[in-house]
Design a protein around this ligand. Structure first.
Ligand SMILES: [Zn+2]
Length: 76
């Protein structure tokens, strides 16, 4: 683990950086929040992609259905 402020190597269990004296726990909280936000955004992106795929498949199936319907109507 490294300090987010100066990049100094930190010992596990340290609460403050020995090099610059900045609090490490605050950095970890920020990183955790950033990770949570990015995972939420990833979930939203996945849901959005799935929703888009479902809509596209639905529109495609409607187009195929309309195409087959017009083919059937043309034959009669
Ligand atoms: Zn530091």
């Amino acid at each position: 683990m490294r300090c987010a402020h100066c990049g100094a190597e930190l010992a596990p269990g340290d609460h403050f950086c020995k090099n610059c004296g900045k609090s490490i726990e605050n950095n970890l909280e920020k990183v955790d929040r950033a990770t949570q936000i990015s995972s939420r955004m990833l979930k939203r992106t996945v849901i959005g992609v799935i929703a888009f795929a479902v809509v596209m498949i639905g529109m495609f199936s409607i187009l195929v259905f309309m195409g087959t319907l017009s083919d059937v109507l043309e034959r009669f």
